[in-house]
Design a protein around this ligand. Structure first.
Ligand code: PLP
Length: 421
């Protein structure tokens, strides 16, 4: 069979129809799996045989989702987790410990920023934030304690885009893995591995499932990083919590993803519910069709907003003068995603009016849904922040974030118009 295209992989990869003839991957709601005999059980626990042990570690429905997303991202192995945040947190846990450092882009989803700036710091892992637009800034923050570089492929909601090849060159020079959170692009629009990422994170809660019915996340090991590079003792020494396994020596092709599953997921426990994996697989089958419509609607909405006298600014890479336009055009050949922000000339009151009067556009905090979602952070999620803090986080009083859905674009525009525009 020739190498399949991404649309075909999204529909069917990772599942072979069994003797029942059922065309959909079955939902296995079973926590336990009968071992064939004592030797089989021993081999499973020693990672010498493939099979199922206990659903916190693996599950046949989750396996289909893992293999499908792994194929979409071009990885060497993928792990499904309870949420996107769980994938990020466990990935860091697999790489770093107290005393270590991470260099992260400063253009991040607020929840990730919070985890990095506060929770990781409480655990003794220091995250240093670099200017997303300046690869040299990333390099300058690297020390001998650095264990990874982290960036979003396109940031939520600022649409800032790192120069992947330049940052990957920095990561390679200093022998640290480059982690890319691909949530807002999805592998249909952009494959981070092709531009130097070593580990790819997705929140499947968003576009990959598309229907806002199931939380989930994935971490994909691209199989590109050499864990023997000198910085990763925990990959090169016998692991006392796992029969003395040496992850980098015993599993050179996919050391990271095996360590993530067998050690970190085992201990942290943030596994994905097989029911959520089942639902996510249903959504994933239509990823490419939905993404094309998300992009088509976004292009029309941006054009409408550009010509609207009530709008003062739009942060989207296609806009003339946007500082990330060139980078976007270099890396994102199909389009720039469908999550962006814009400002209303009427400021705080106009923003509040828009979200209160919208009927079709959903006033909620999610993105990547088939429904159009709008938020006004200044009167909701960020209302407790001081004026100074709002400026620092980029949340101005006039900012509206929109995740453009797949409804008819005329209805989306009509709703925004009747609400305030
Ligand atoms: N990464 C990005 C870019 C996000 O926007 C989000 C959530 O909004 C996450 C990660 C976290 O994903 P989850 O909500 O599935 O934990």
């Amino acid at each position: 069979m020739t190498k399949q295209h991404i649309e075909t992989l999204a529909v069917s990869h990772g599942f072979e129809i069994d003797k029942t003839g059922a065309s959909n991957p079955p939902l296995y709601l079973s926590n336990a799996y009968k071992f064939q005999d004592a030797k089989h059980a021993e081999e499973l626990f020693a990672l010498k045989a493939e099979g199922y042990i206990y659903t916190r570690l693996n599950n046949p429905t989750n396996t289909v989702l893992e293999e499908r997303i792994n194929a979409l991202e071009g990885g060497a192995g993928t792990l499904a987790t309870a949420s996107g945040h769980a994938a990020e947190f466990m990935t860091i846990c697999a790489l770093a410990e107290a005393g270590d450092e991470i260099v992260s882009s400063n253009a991040l989803y607020g929840g990730t920023h919070n985890m990095f700036a506060h929770t990781l710091r409480r655990l003794g892992i220091k995250v240093k934030f670099a200017n997303v637009a300046d690869p040299l800034d990333f390099e300058n923050l690297i020390t001998d304690k650095t264990k990874a570089i982290f960036a979003e492929s396109i940031s939520n909601p600022g649409c800032e885009i790192p120069d992947f090849e330049a940052i990957s060159a920095v990561a390679k020079k200093h022998k640290v893995p480059f982690i890319v959170d691909n949530t807002c692009m999805t592998p249909y629009l952009f494959r981070p591995k092709d531009f130097g990422a070593d580990i790819v994170i997705n929140s499947t809660t968003k576009f990959l499932s598309g229907q806002a019915a199931a939380m989930g996340g994935t971490a994909t090991d691209c199989g590109t990083f050499d864990w023997n590079s000198g910085r990763f003792e925990s990959f090169c020494q016998p692991d006392p919590s796992y029969h003395g396994i040496i992850w980098a020596k015993d599993f050179p092709q996919n050391a990271f993803i095996l360590k993530l599953r067998a050690q970190v997921l085992r201990d942290v426990g943030a596994c994905q519910s097989p029911f959520n994996a089942y639902l996510t697989l249903q959504g994933l089958q239509t990823l490419h069709v939905r993404m094309d419509r998300h992009l088509e609607n976004t292009a029309k909405l941006v054009e409408y907003l550009k010509n609207n006298p009530k709008i003062s600014w739009i942060k989207y890479p296609s806009i003339e003068g946007n500082p990330f336009r060139k980078t976007a055009e270099k890396y994102f050949k199909k389009g720039f995603g469908s999550v962006f922000s814009f400002g209303l000339k009427g400021g705080f009151e106009a923003g509040k009016k828009l979200i209160e009067n919208a009927k079709l556009c959903l006033h909620a905090t999610n993105l990547g849904d088939v429904r159009t979602i709008i938020t006004h952070p200044a009167s909701t999620t960020h209302s407790q922040l001081s004026a100074e803090e709002k400026i620092k986080t980029g949340v101005t009083d006039d900012l509206i974030r929109i995740s453009v859905g797949i409804e008819n674009i005329d209805d989306i525009i009509a709703d925004l118009e009747q609400a305030a525009l």
